[in-house]
Design a protein around this ligand. Sequence first.
Ligand SMILES: C[S@@+](CC[C@H](N)C(=O)[O-])C[C@H]1O[C@@H](n2cnc3c(N)ncnc32)[C@H](O)[C@@H]1O
Length: 262
Amino acid sequence: MELENEIMNAYTVVFDGLVHLGPSDSATTRNLVERLRPDLPSASRVADFGCGVGASALVLAQSLPEARVLALDSHAPFIARLETAANKRGLGERISAVVGDMADPPPLDGVMGMFDLIWSESAIYSIGRANAFTCWRPLLKPDGWLVFSDIVWQRKPAARSVKASSFWAREYPDIKTAADVVDELTAAGFSTLDPVLSPRKAWSNYYEPLRDRLHLLSKLENRSPALINVIADLEREIHIYDCAGDDVALFFFLAQRDSVPK
Ligand SMILES: C[S@@+](CC[C@H](N)C(=O)[O-])C[C@H]1O[C@@H](n2cnc3c(N)ncnc32)[C@H](O)[C@@H]1O
């Protein structure tokens, strides 16, 4: 537990001041919300699971001006930053920023589940897609929407770099192709739209400020062993992106809960 805390503290230090804690792009988030808007009630109940410091939760609340948003993350310092950002933008009343486990989410406004929209960017891998679909489907209203981004294989196995293959097999054993993820969603009781490819900008939004931050932190004296390890892990990830970024892609999956499970 102590080691886990030290690692999470190291992430707090590394991500201090960064907005995107994974590959993401606010313009893409906004466009996808616009696409779903005709299907959503104006006073929608929305959840953002694994919200980090709120990059997408803030966009959701701004794009859906009457919605209430449950922004949930397991790491308290990220939620504290999101609360400050939401209050600064006058969104504090509509965003409930909560520390919790997205595999066992708390009620919003005392009501358990019944979300019109569950959103999750670059976070579903933490609890596993199959687990997420099982936990989240009952929280959606009939015909409610699940939208999440996930890293998938873009190249066929023979065309992938050896370095990227072993990196992703170790870091994300559940990585699949976009077509496989669609099949998983169908089997889990969702109807899907065509997956949407995120622009490369989503990666640079994350990696470029992170690269600068890691460079700065690696010059510090008295870094804890946990911080040294976290910096090394993230540098490795950026290196894989630099040399084999096209092996993988970030896709958004837009899935509507089937009223009757298949
Ligand atoms: C890669 S970050 C993405 C954050 C944010 N969605 C973004 O795009 O900036 C993944 C987030 O998931 C959170 N997380 C991991 N496991 C979680 C869990 N079981 N419940 C809630 N949040 C979790 C982490 O604390 C982290 O903030």
